[in-house]
Design a protein around this ligand. Structure first.
Ligand SMILES: NC(=O)c1ccc[n+]([C@@H]2O[C@H](COP(=O)([O-])OP(=O)(O)OC[C@H]3O[C@@H](n4cnc5c(N)ncnc54)[C@H](OP(=O)(O)O)[C@@H]3O)[C@@H](O)[C@H]2O)c1
Length: 277
């Protein structure tokens, strides 16, 4: 790393809603580290030039530029290549390197919140086949899950994931989403259903047995109807906010050289901002 104070930011369009400046700003202050983390609103016509000539010391990348960044950085690591998407850029030896920390964030939060859950304990059901789903499949397979069943409204997109990730992954029609829950030990909602402004996810969790885990990566609202149902049935529920907080950890360490901690204090700060809207 150079002697200059790192200037980092989150690049997207629009990007105003991003909680990343709050998260990294909290850590910079807590650890007394010199550096900054701001918003980088990049209009679509400027995106390729921005990522090919990065004018900052590092960046997070959000919608709609994760694929553009993947194509424009000098190098990518294995995580980014597997997903074809970059959410974190850092610089080493004058080169921009793109990685992806979404899968790490997903798994770190799962293990912190549901420590009894084991990848070997049984099949996993994923609902959705969008951008976030790929990172989650990669993390679960790396952790040793032997069977992942994916149901998506557009079956073709689930089948694409089945083809991309191999025999441990199977695609299912959306109307089979409750049936495939039988003997599953983990259900993950990776659709945008349940998010503020969207309809709730319509599914009965009655087939899931006690001790099974329901993880909703939607974090606004924090307690979705899916998690309320899980709670009422005595299932273990995991909300989406922790994934957002944990995915920020590797980036902070790469840019500022200190591994930060996800604490209740940080979580409370971000929860308060979600409540304010
Ligand atoms: N906690 C975190 O850190 C984190 C990280 C990333 C994303 N997220 C959240 O995860 C959600 C998905 O994000 P994404 O980037 O993966 O989105 P995306 O690429 O747009 O994918 C959206 C998914 O939702 C499905 N869907 C949308 N409307 C539906 C409906 N009415 N009925 C059934 N399925 C529907 C889509 O199905 P089709 O394929 O049929 O369109 C697709 O599978 C968002 O709420 C986002 O905020 C959270």
């Amino acid at each position: 790393m150079s002697d200059e104070v790192p200037r980092i930011g989150v690049a997207g369009w629009p990007v105003l809603h991003s909680r990343s400046p709050m998260i990294h700003g909290f850590w910079l202050e807590k650890y007394g580290i010199a550096g900054s983390y701001g918003l980088l609103p990049i209009p679509p016509d400027d995106a390729r030039h921005f990522f090919a000539n990065l004018p900052v010391s590092g960046a997070n990348v959000t919608i709609p530029y994760k694929e553009t960044a993947f194509r424009c950085v000098d190098e990518t690591d294995e995580q980014a290549r597997r997903l074809g998407a970059v959410n974190t850029i850092y610089i080493r030896d004058g080169k921009t390197i793109g990685t992806n920390t979404d899968g790490y964030g997903f798994l770190a939060h799962l293990k912190a919140t549901a420590p009894e859950w084991r990848s070997a304990s049984g099949p996993v059901v994923l609902l959705g086949a969008g951008g976030a789903t790929r990172a989650i499949i990669g993390a679960l397979l790396d952790d040793g899950v032997s069977e992942i069943r994916i149901a998506n409204r557009t079956l073709r997109r689930a089948e694409e994931l089945e083809n991309a990730f191999g025999e441990r992954v199977s695609a299912h029609a959306w109307d089979q989403r409750a049936e495939i829950l039988k003997d599953a030990t983990l259900l993950v909602n990776t659709t945008s259903l349940g998010m503020k402004g969207n309809p709730p996810l319509d599914i009965s969790l009655a087939q899931m047995s006690k001790g099974s885990v329901v993880y909703d990566i939607v974090y606004n609202p924090l307690e979705t109807e899916l998690l309320r149902q899980a709670h009422s049935l005595g299932l273990v529920s995991v909300d989406g906010l922790g994934m957002l907080l944990h995915q920020a950890v590797p980036g902070f360490e790469l840019w500022f050289g200190h591994r930060p901690e996800v604490t209740e204090e940080l979580r409370d700060l971000v929860v308060a901002s979600l409540v304010e809207g």
